[in-house]
Design a protein around this ligand. Structure first.
Ligand SMILES: [Ca+2]
Ligand SMILES: [Ca+2]
Ligand SMILES: [Ca+2]
Ligand SMILES: [Ca+2]
Ligand SMILES: [Zn+2]
Length: 343
């Protein structure tokens, strides 16, 4: 969940219509799309952008990036190897030529965003070796429900293993970092991460924020775009609806918070607040050893976490770094956790 709201009633199921089966498929696994990378505020460095009730206006146009969709199943719908839209408001996006060129005022745009970002995240995971030399991490189609939740929040749930992206304020799936944050939780589900304590919940929130940033920057680089000017600000576009002060951020991954003076004395017992300590530690690991090694060691270290403490998982990530890259790198990882008071 991206924010500390209490969830209301769970939505009733909305099944795909029977008409789906009758349309001709594209027969191709690739397609064209327009998306935000990862969101307009970060991409354009413009803190003055606002929701304007889902309007598509001039100042946003430069944020639409032409990208290639991959791993589609050839049905003409946004279903594929690593992501599938299983519920939506409005029409399910469909193209017999896999051409998905929508603007943000069209409901299909959020579906395209979700398909693209989840698929790119899984491709990145596999590029690190997970699913080949390392164990797979959520290597299956991620079920996604888009714009069916009216409040300004999103969540991942083990019920049917789904991510549900809300439409309050800026539609949540217009921000690639909100999508990636929720995928962070889905990664934890897939890794048998136990959510058995507030601290484990905080770790998952912190990881989700870190994951949003690191994958967002990875995809920018893949597309030949420069690094964001303020990458540590998470969900800069979604946050224009609720964070009035520029830079608008859901949270940041570079706060000075620690668990000091006496672990766990610095923890406040709220998962999103405490998660910022964890995300900052991961952010420092990334700065110290680079994104590819950091993300590999972090994912590898998270398998089977028993839901215990921050120090316990930090130790596991240090061990993973040691196994993968040796004692020198492991020492740098340890130092990053030590700087937060975690180790
Ligand atoms: Ca929209
Ligand atoms: Ca899964
Ligand atoms: Ca909205
Ligand atoms: Ca929102
Ligand atoms: Zn969350």
């Amino acid at each position: 969940m991206k924010r500390a709201l209490v969830a209301g009633a769970v939505l009733a199921l909305a099944c795909a219509s029977a008409a789906l089966a009758t349309k001709p498929g594209s027969g191709s696994s690739t397609g064209q799309a327009r998306v935000f990378v990862p969101n307009p505020v970060q991409d354009l460095g413009n803190q003055d952008l606002t929701d304007q009730k889902d309007a598509d206006y001039a100042a946003l146009q430069a944020a639409y990036r032409a990208v290639r969709l991959t791993n589609l199943d050839g049905s003409g719908y946004l279903r594929g190897d690593w992501a599938e839209i299983v519920g939506e408001t409005g029409n399910p996006a469909y193209s017999p030529t896999n051409t998905f060129l929508f603007n943000r005022s069209q409901d299909e745009f959020e579906q395209v965003m979700a398909y693209y970002w989840i698929t790119e995240a899984q491709k990145y995971i596999q590029s690190l070796g997970f699913g080949s030399t390392l164990r797979p991490v959520n290597m299956e189609p991620q079920r996604l429900r888009i714009n069916q939740w009216g409040i300004d929040n999103s969540f991942a749930t083990t019920h049917k293993d789904e991510i549900r992206l809300g439409k309050g304020g800026v539609d949540d799936a217009e921000d690639g970092e909100v999508i990636l944050h929720e995928y962070g939780h889905a990664i934890h589900f897939a890794q048998d991460f136990a959510f058995s304590s507030v601290e484990a919940g905080a770790i998952s929130e912190g990881f989700g924020d870190y994951w949003a940033v690191t994958v967002g920057q990875h995809v920018r680089a893949l597309l030949g775009l420069p690094a964001s000017s303020d990458p540590a600000c998470v969900a800069d576009w979604d946050a224009v609806s609720y964070d009035p002060t520029a830079p608008h951020c859901l949270r940041r991954v570079d706060t000075e918070l620690t668990v000091e003076p006496d672990y766990p004395g610095g923890l406040v017992g709220q998962v999103h607040a405490d998660g910022r300590i964890w995300s900052r530690a991961l952010w420092e690991v990334r700065a110290a050893i680079g994104s590819v090694r950091a993300d590999t060691a972090i994912l590898e270290g998270q398998f089977g976490f028993d839901g215990g403490t921050m120090p316990a998982l930090a130790e596991s990530i240090v061990e993973a770094a040691d196994d993968l890259y040796g004692a020198g790198v492991a020492g740098q990882v340890e130092a990053a956790f030590a700087a937060r008071g975690i180790l």
